[in-house]
Design a protein around this ligand. Structure first.
Ligand code: ATP
Ligand code: MG
Length: 183
């Protein structure tokens, strides 16, 4: 599934509604230190269902909400939307008729996150599985954080195996098995 657009409102330093077009081919993001390049990648990871606030360089998930500056008051919510093309019809059955998927995650202060796919409310799990099956996702080896190569080298074998399973596209299966075992 091709990423087409990322839309941010009130997410970290992106207080005003901001849209990024992601066109086929290579996209580079350049800018001075502190302009929000890493925040942008974190927004991508967050909308895909990242549930570790530490991976978001935050001390709690509410920290992803714009916290105010000298000129602007803090916000009480943040929202990130990722638009995906579904031309190859790879989406889960419930959404596979649509040409486009609009995946949204919204957080309100002290109220947690709500996820929607094409305006329909879904579980975090549904969004995580959608991306795990597409071998992308917030923990996928195609999202390389600063410092991650060093972590990979120092990782325990079990952690390294998890990365290889993500790369092989079978981590969605493991998630489903785990979910089935809990029932
Ligand atoms: P570098 O080139 O140094 O890696 P960068 O472009 O990756 O910089 P980021 O780390 O994405 O920059 O952005 C950091 C900026 O985001 C800081 O100015 C920080 O204050 C701001 N920021 C982070 N969280 C929030 C928040 N919740 N509300 C407002 N601003 C925030
Ligand atoms: Mg950075």
């Amino acid at each position: 599934m091709q990423f087409e657009k990322l839309r941010l409102v009130g997410f970290k330093s992106f207080v005003e509604p901001t849209e990024f077009l992601i066109e086929p081919g290579l996209t580079g993001v350049v800018g001075p230190n502190g302009c929000g390049k890493s925040n942008l990648v974190e927004a991508l990871r967050w909308v895909m269902g990242e549930n570790s606030y530490k991976n978001m360089r935050a001390s709690g998930m509410d920290d992803v909400i714009f916290s105010g500056s000298t000129h602007r008051p803090a916000r009480n919510s943040a929202e990130v939307t990722l638009l995906l093309a579904n031309t190859e019809r790879e989406a889960p059955a419930a959404f596979n008729d649509a040409d486009r998927l609009e995946v949204t995650r919204r957080i309100e202060r002290e109220a947690g996150s709500v996820y929607r796919i094409n305006s329909r409310e879904v579980r975090a799990r549904d969004v995580q599985l959608l991306f795990a099956d597409a071998s992308t996702g917030s923990r996928s080896p195609s999202m390389v954080r600063q410092g991650q190569i060093g972590e990979l080298i120092a990782a325990r074998p079990s952690a390294r195996r998890q990365i290889l399973e993500e790369a092989a596209g079978i981590s969605g299966l493991h998630s489903r098995r785990h979910e089935a075992e809990l029932r």
